[in-house]
Design a protein around this ligand. Structure first.
Ligand SMILES: Cc1cc2nc3c(=O)[nH]c(=O)nc-3n(C[C@H](O)[C@H](O)[C@H](O)COP(=O)(O)O)c2cc1C
Length: 200
């Protein structure tokens, strides 16, 4: 008798915005888990073009300070307070995982497989999304909350100089993570009817 596939862990992964600090004793396991995701995540033609930067403690704080400093110059005066509160909620977290795509890998892939060149960018972005999900899921399974953010244009240039990163690394997403201080609000679901078809 085949038992049903475990699904509860999927339900437990949510976007958590009320985040707090974790004990630094988690650092070693966290690093190992993220490395493992990076190693085992599938990618088109096994190109492995995803790159990760993990920011903890002062560096995590600095990232969100910098994002706010850049953001406040372009946010309307009416939105300043709410935007600052949102950025502060990310700064309150324990750390941030930055996801990048290495553009030189993509260029190489296009050269190697010219037939698929039009699809390559989408495929590498899809693989990056899979990596984001793997890490998000593993964090959730360890009772660590996270959300997915996209301040890419606001912060990318600063990251190159702050961390001496290659300009081939294109920023894809930011994932602040930490202790779960506030449960997420109830999620709504579209009916599955019409979203999936099964033929037997
Ligand atoms: C590709 C992608 C991009 C997202 N971008 C953002 C974002 O920029 N900011 C944000 O707060 N949440 C973002 N989210 C989170 C979604 O809003 C969230 O996953 C969705 O509302 C379902 O809620 P859940 O994560 O709690 O299941 C993103 C999610 C995905 C998959």
């Amino acid at each position: 008798m085949v038992s049903c596939i475990e699904q509860d862990s999927l339900k437990n992964r949510r976007s958590i915005y009320g985040l707090g600090k974790l004990s630094p004793s988690i650092n070693g396991c966290l690093e190992d888990s993220i490395k493992s995701c990076l190693l085992h995540c599938p990618s088109p033609f096994n190109i492995q073009s995803a790159r990760i930067v993990i920011l903890l403690n002062k560096q995590h704080q600095l990232l969100w300070e910098k994002i706010w400093n850049n953001l406040k110059k372009i946010v309307s005066s009416q939105r300043q307070k709410a935007t600052k509160e949102k950025i502060d909620s990310f700064a309150n977290a324990y750390g941030t995982i930055l996801f990048f795509e290495d553009k030189s890998s993509l260029a190489e892939l296009k050269k190697q497989f010219p037939l698929y060149r039009k699809n390559m960018k989408a495929w590498t972005q899809q693989a990056n999304g899979m990596l984001q999900f793997m890490i998000w899921q593993i964090l959730a399974e360890n009772n660590i909350g996270a959300s997915l953010q996209h301040y890419n244009e606001i912060i990318q240039e600063d990251l190159y100089s702050m961390y001496n990163l290659s300009k081939n690394w294109e920023l894809v997403a930011q994932m602040p993570f930490g202790s779960i201080e506030k449960e997420p609000s109830e999620k709504t679901f579209l009916p599955l009817e019409g979203r999936i078809k099964i033929f037997k």
